[in-house]
Write a protein that binds this ligand. Structure first.
Ligand code: EPU
Length: 307
């Protein structure tokens, strides 16, 4: 819990919404997570800059989340500030184009489905495979989200961040350090947008490919129950889901957390699962897969907060 003085400072820094002691379970796709001291939705870059300065002055930890999908918040919740950009950082625009390609600027709060709609409407191709991913652009860039068919970092020309000290900086692709499901963007900074390069295409064809990816997801993933997205990174030349299935772990349960019958790399919340249940299940899967296949699974899911 924040003290009254800090609450007042926050309220005078931010015109946008602030929620105090709000359960993160309302904001994560697995519907798990203890209370955050304060969830803040800045309305513009300046508010975000002032927020970062306040956090630095008051030594408040800062955590940023996007869609809340690849995120497990422990049952004790999150101390300090939790920032979400999806209520205001929503702009997408074409900034340059030639016959073959276009460069777009996209703000961090844009959700991947909105970016895909923009691509269809503007005849832009190349990122259709992202239709599998529950993410905002900011979150997707931070962890270089993707599928076996590609990853967002491949399309990035530059990323704009607000640093820990509240400065706006542009970081060229080379300095972003993208690798499989990770980047080397400065720790503690907030991605506020990116410049992406896409190919020219034909809207209807782009939509057909997107729909095919969506259909594959609906067919293979348990999307109608609260879930974490992919729990583990795919190990080299293999798929975490396949290994979990071959280790006979589908349907295994701890409390009300269960390995999905539909996809082995998904954990679902059957009602009142706790983060502790999910973490025990993750530990159990790692141990069994290691024992059976000598493969160490690494989580793609980010685990945050206190017990
Ligand atoms: N498979 C099994 N058993 C299972 C699940 C999968 O044998 O229980 C096999 C499938 O038969 C297939 C292979 O594993 O041969 C790959 O499965 P899938 O097409 O579902 O892809 P994935 O590698 O498991 C990745 C992304 C997903 C994305 C899909 C879209 C990662 C870690 N995950 O999953 O992303 O939706 O591709 O095809 O790269 C996410 O990151 O949160 C996410 C949902």
């Amino acid at each position: 819990m924040l003290n009254e003085e800090i609450k007042q400072q926050l309220q005078s820094t931010i015109k946008g919404t602030i929620q105090f002691d709000e359960p993160m379970s309302r904001l994560t796709t697995i519907r798990i997570g203890g209370p955050a001291d304060a969830i803040v939705y800045p309305e513009n870059v300046e508010e975000l800059q002032n927020l970062m300065k306040l956090a630095l002055e008051q030594k408040l930890p800062v955590f940023i989340f996007g869609w809340g999908s690849n995120l497990l918040v422990r049952d004790g919740g999150i101390r300090g500030l939790v920032i979400n950009l999806s209520r205001a950082f929503n702009e997408i625009k074409i900034v340059a184009e030639d016959e073959q390609s276009a460069t777009i600027e996209v703000a961090a709060g844009v959700k991947i489905p909105a970016l895909l709609d923009f691509m269809v409407k503007n005849n832009l191709a190349g990122m259709e495979y992202m239709a599998g991913i529950p993410a905002t652009v900011g979150g997707a860039i931070w962890m270089n989200a993707g599928t076996p068919k590609g990853e967002i970092g491949n399309h990035v020309e530059a990323v704009t961040i607000v640093s820990k000290t509240g400065r706006v900086r542009s970081i060229e692709k080379k300095a972003c350090g993208f690798s499989y499901r990770s980047s080397k963007l400065p720790a503690g900074s907030v991605v506020i947008g990116a410049t992406l390069k896409l190919e020219k295409g034909v809207g209807d064809k782009i939509k057909t490919i997107i729909d095919k990816h969506k259909a594959h997801r609906i067919e293979t993933q348990p999307l109608n129950v609260p879930n974490l997205g992919s729990v583990f990174k795919n190990p080299k030349k293999n798929h975490a889901g396949r290994l979990v299935e071959e280790a006979g772990l589908k349907d295994v349960r701890v409390g009300q957390a269960r390995i999905s019958e539909k996809h082995g790399n998904f954990i679902v919340n059957e009602g009142k699962a706790s983060a502790t249940d999910v973490l025990s299940l993750i530990g159990l899967v790692k141990d069994k897969v290691k024992e059976k296949f000598k493969v160490t699974l690494e989580t793609e899911v980010k685990v945050v907060g206190t017990d």
